[in-house]
Structure formats: C-alpha cells, structure tokens
Design a binder for this molecule. Structure first.
Ligand code: NAD
Ligand code: MG
Length: 390
C-alpha cells in the first residue's frame, strides 16, 4: 500500500492519478489532496478518498470548504504553507506534483528536501530551479520519477543501459494543432483553436504551450536536468501521431523508444509503482491498424518558442525562470484575448532580452527573478495592448 499526497488533484493529471487509485484500491491510499479553485470537485474527492490533509489557495476558500464538509473531515490548510504541509507533514510515501506553473515549485522542493519520493508532472519546477532541485534530491536521497510522457519514455529507454553509452536524447512532439499552418494563418489563431489539441486532453496552459511548442522547449530543459544530459545532445522530432513517446540514441547507433497510445495514465502509473507495471484498463495500441508513423524536423520560423527555450538554458542561471514566468503571463494574456498567438513568443523574447541573468542557486534568487519577469511581462503586454488598441 503506497500512501500518496496529490498536489493539484482537480487537474488533468490529478484526476487521472485518482482514476488509477480507483482502479487499484489495494495499492494506494490517498493521504493529502490540494486544489486551486474547483472546490466542488475537491469536495467529491475528499468524500471518496478520505485524505487527512487538504490545501486550497486562500483562507476564504478554506473556510468555504470547511463549512461545506463539516468538522469530521480532513484538516484544511491554505496558501503556499498549506501546500508545503500537505507535501511534508502528511504520512505520504510519494508526492504527486501536478500543480501547473511556478506555483508547484515550493511544495515540490519541500517534498524533495524532506526526502519524499516525487512523481513529477510539474515540469516548471525543473525549468525554474533545475540546479537547486536536483542537488536537493541528491542530498536528501529521494527519487524523482518523471510523469511527463516523453521523460517517462526516456527513463524507460535508459533502464538497464550505461549512461556513458548515450549519444543523444530525442524528444518527440506532436506539433500541436497548427503544425502545418503558415505564419500568416497563425496571426488569426483564437484561444478556442489553440485549445483543441489533436492527440492529448490536458489542462489549458499546457495545451497552449503545446500549440506554441513552448511545451517542448520546457521539456528539453526538464530532460537536461532530469537525465543530466547537455542540451546540445537533446533533439526534438515532430511526430504527429504521438505514439513514439521519445527515444534514446546510443553510441552504436541503436535507438530505443517507448511506444503507446497517448494516455497519461501509462506514464503516471509507471511513476507511481516503478519498477512494477500496473495493469491498466486502456485500449491496446494496434500498430497494423495505424499503418504508419511520421517524423519531421520542427519549424523554427513559425514556432520560435522552442529556440527561446534552448537559448534560455544555454544562458543558464535565472534565465529559464524568467522564460517560464514570461510564458505563464503571455499564455494567460492570450487565453484572455488580450494578445494574439504570435505575441506569445514576442513577449517572452522581449522579457528575456531585458533580463541580466544571475545565479539561481537558492530559492530567494529564483523567486526574485520570477517576480521581476512577471512585472516585466505585464509591462510588455500593456505595451502590446496599447499598440494594438490605441
Ligand atoms: P490543470 O490545469 O488541468 O491542473 C492544474 C492543477 O493545479 C489543478 O488542480 C489546479 O487547481 C491546481 N492549481 C492551479 N494553480 C494553482 C495555484 N496557484 N495554487 C495551487 N494549485 C493550483 O493542469 P494539468 O494539465 O493537470 O498539468 C499539471 C502539470 O503537469 C503541469 O505542470 C503540466 O505541464 C504537467 N503535465 C501535464 C500533462 C497532461 O497531460 N495534462 C502531461 C505532462 C505534463
Ligand atoms: Mg510531455
């Protein structure tokens, strides 16, 4: 029986994780849940999984939830301190890090520092604070299991092999809904267009990141830290079918990959029960019916976010944290129809250009760069809005 603390339980990854728990009640116990705004779903999850600890973003929501569930429910906490308590004070064997964005950093880092094993979906944590997180994990001796499907595929393809024999990692990317669109067409993209991902059902932010290819950029940085491979040895291939989830190329020319239907339950379950594989109620992959698999190089002209991410990790220090924060604000502005689709890379590029990178070896330095980037991105968004709507 593995005890789980699930941070971000009402999101796409959180809900899939709880579906796996429901399919295998003998394997898991849920000891803590945290959610952002969806209190109705959180309430259902509390009734069903009976955690000891729960955290919501603020005191108002904590009181509202307390009134709804009465006094014999779990302890209800709030804010970043509440998230951290769920990660480190609950009796969890494993923390599932599935909050979206920089909000996931502090509880995830706290879990790692406390030596808790982590199933990591929140890729932003490694983008913002890769050096800090990986050294904290080495120090506490905890294990980090990738949930992201590409990283799970690489993790699986590295199993039983010598790290020294790796020539490069190849991350696959579906290319999103606009893979074959021209720059001209991309100017007209609406949030509804961008939210319609061809292969995966995910939260709103990562779906937009997939459409701009920033998701793959964040994943290159995530892979760099997770597998300790220089970014020069990490390539991206467009693979529209999302069947080959990523590959490892070895020095003898062998390519090892993991294939499967695009469903996050497979990588989530592997992270939860590694090295054991759980039987899952998913349709089998029928390669004969599929017929063919396609691969192509990314289009850097239409999708500059991928290049921005490579540049950011090469500059290092606080630059990836700045890239991430600028992206979060740009995506939010796009979703609220304040800026256009092609403004997303413009905003990020402009914020990164204004930043003088410095060391990112402690949390204060990182949080201060994150705050600076949010302020600067806000100013850039206002400039763009002013230019578009005089
Ligand atoms: P989502 O938007 O569906 O869910 C996010 C969760 O975080 C929700 O429970 C939400 O309430 C909570 N949350 C949001 N803001 C918060 C805040 N400020 N404080 C506390 N909680 C907050 O997102 P998702 O698609 O499940 O993605 C979660 C993470 O997993 C992201 O980092 C994403 O990049 C990564 N990921 C997701 C997928 C996928 O298929 N969905 C695949 C790979 C990686
Ligand atoms: Mg992914």
């Amino acid at each position: 029986m593995k005890r789980l603390a699930i941070l971000g339980s009402t999101g796409s990854i959180g809900v899939s994780t709880l579906e796996i728990v429901t399919e295998h009640p003998d394997c898991f116990e849920v000891v803590a849940l945290t959610a952002g705004r969806n209190l109705a779903l959180l309430e259902e999850q509390i009734a069903r999984f009976r955690p000891q600890l729960v955290a919501v973003p603020d005191q108002v929501n904590a009181q509202r939830l307390e009134e709804r569930i009465g006094t014999d429910g779990p302890r209800i906490l709030y804010g970043t301190a509440g998230l951290i308590s769920c990660a480190v004070e609950s009796p969890a064997d494993m923390v599932v890090s599935a909050i979206v964005g920089a909000a996931g950093l502090e509880p995830t880092l706290a879990a790692i520092q406390a030596g808790r094993d982590v199933a990591l979906a929140n890729k932003e944590t490694l983008v913002i604070a890769g050096e800090l997180v990986m050294s904290a994990a080495a120090e506490s001796g905890c294990r980090l299991f990738p949930v992201d499907s590409e990283h799970s595929a690489i993790f699986q393809s590295l199993e039983g092999h010598r790290k020294a024999d790796v020539r490069r990692l190849i991350l696959t990317a579906s290319g999103g809904p606009f893979r074959n669109w021209s720059l001209e067409d991309l100017q007209e993209v609406t949030p509804q267009d961008a939210l319609a991902h061809p292969n995966w059902t995910m939260g709103r932010k990562i779906t937009i990141d997939s459409a701009t290819m920033m998701n793959k950029g964040l994943e290159v940085i995530e892979a760099h830290w997770l597998f300790n491979v220089p970014v020069e040895k990490i390539d991206v291939h467009i693979h529209p079918e999302s069947i080959v989830h990523s590959l490892v190329e070895y020095v003898d020319g062998a390519l090892l990959a993991q294939l499967g239907i695009p469903d996050m339950k497979t990588p989530i379950a592997y992270a939860l029960t590694y090295p054991q594989r759980l039987p899952l109620d998913l349709p089998a992959l029928d390669l004969c019916r599929l017929g063919q698999l396609n691969f192509a190089a990314p289009n850097s002209q239409c999708f500059p976010c991928l290049g921005l991410a490579y540049d950011a990790i090469k500059r290092g220090g606080t630059t990836p944290a700045v890239l991430n924060a600028a992206n979060e604000l740009a995506v939010d502005a796009f979703l609220h129809e304040k800026v256009g689709f092609l403004d997303i890379p413009r905003i990020i590029g402009s914020v990164v250009e204004r930043h003088s990178s410095s060391a990112a070896s402690n949390l204060e330095q990182i949080l201060s760069a994150d705050a600076w980037a949010r302020q600067t991105a806000h100013a850039v968004i206002c400039e763009i809005q002013g230019a578009s709507y005089p």
